[in-house]
Ligand binder design. Structure first.
Ligand SMILES: Cc1cc2nc3c(=O)[nH]c(=O)nc-3n(C[C@H](O)[C@H](O)[C@H](O)COP(=O)(O)OP(=O)(O)OC[C@H]3O[C@@H](n4cnc5c(N)ncnc54)[C@H](O)[C@@H]3O)c2cc1C
Length: 301
């Protein structure tokens, strides 16, 4: 049951907050503790509270790449609100807060005639969430254009990373410790195209998505990672999983790597279908598909 009781009114921290409507899948239980800190200082205080009370810390962005289990998340869930959505332009660089929407960043860059951000159109997440999986599309990703990354760890220590010099990002992966929270990043594009050229490229990507991916559904994007040797959707297709349904969970007819909550699935149903697909593909090909979606929390008892 979600009661949203305030734990600490000074910090706006609440207890037992339902997370299901904060994710794209629309499933999952409650956060034991939940906070939307207004600034870095409040975030630090919340981390300190978690440390003192031995609470695990979990970040939640736009919830477009997570499957939260039905038993919810123990410890403290932190969601960075609007006050972290700043986007500033300095020549060919965008300085963005962790809660900035990737789609908004693409729009702002286009308006300023900065190319290199077009791939973000159609990725419905935030910079902070995208940083964890090195979100990308069409051969581009966040890691390739990030020149500086500011993080805060669970002890409240702020650090700066320079991804161009340090080997931090790989394909849908980030090598930083899991307790590094993204606060802000500087991302560099190029000032070589006109606004119209950039908008045309964005329109092209939009149309590509519309023709190949299901629209207006409860999903978290690609379920499994691709590799240089295979496309996950192909393996799923060949294993007979296109359109496959288990309770209310379903692999899209249009794009078999998109897992959909048709409306009645629980987190357990969705996770069961993920495991079933992994097993099926493993048996057929010997390949263990790796989940791109982050599965968080605990099963219901
Ligand atoms: C229709 C659709 C299409 C998609 N297309 C793509 C695509 O083309 N390419 C792609 O890469 N992804 C795609 N995705 C997945 C998703 O949108 C991206 O991964 C996105 O960047 C996740 O951001 P988020 O804010 O939703 O993160 P969330 O889903 O909220 O969180 C994702 C992970 O990041 C962590 N996290 C969140 N905020 C922070 C922070 N500030 N610091 C540290 N960790 C944090 C969370 O704990 C979690 O582990 C798609 C999803 C959907 C629904």
């Amino acid at each position: 049951m979600s009661d949203g009781t305030f734990v600490d009114s000074q910090m706006n921290m609440q207890k037992n907050v339902s997370l299901k409507n904060k994710t794209w899948f629309g499933v999952g239980g409650n956060a034991e503790y939940y906070i939307e800190p207004n600034d870095a200082q409040e975030l630090k205080q919340a981390l300190q509270y978690a440390y003192q009370n031995q609470l695990a810390v979990t970040m939640l962005g736009a919830g477009s790449n997570v499957l939260i289990r039905d038993g919810g998340i123990d410890g403290l869930v932190i969601h960075l609100p609007k006050s972290f959505t700043n986007i500033e332009i300095h020549e060919d660089i965008l300085i963005c807060g962790a809660a900035a929407s990737l789609m908004e960043m693409a729009k702002v860059a286009a308006k300023a005639c900065i190319s290199g951000f077009e791939f973000m159109v159609g990725i419905p997440g935030t910079l902070g969430g995208g940083f964890r999986t090195n979100a990308g599309a069409y051969g581009a990703d966040l890691g390739k254009i990030t020149v500086e990354l500011v993080t805060i760890d669970h002890n409240g220590i702020i650090k700066k990373y320079y991804p161009k010099q340090e080997n931090i990002f790989g394909y849908r992966s980030c090598a930083l410790p899991s307790d590094e929270i993204c606060l802000e990043a500087k991302l560099q594009g190029q000032k070589e195209a006109t606004n119209q050229q950039i908008l045309n490229q964005m329109q092209l990507y939009k149309e590509k998505r519309q023709s190949s991916q299901p629209q207006g559904v409860r999903t978290a994007g690609s379920t499994f990672k691709n590799s240089p040797d295979f496309s996950a959707w192909k393996l799923l297709d060949e294993a007979g999983l296109r359109g496959y349904t288990l309770n209310g969970a379903k692999f899209s007819e249009k794009h078999p790597n998109f897992l959909i909550n048709t409306g009645t699935a629980s987190a357990e149903d969705l996770e069961n279908l993920i495991s079933f697909a992994q097993e099926k593909v493993l048996q057929k090909t010997g390949i263990k598909l790796e989940c791109e979606i982050k599965i968080l929390g605990k099963d219901s008892i």
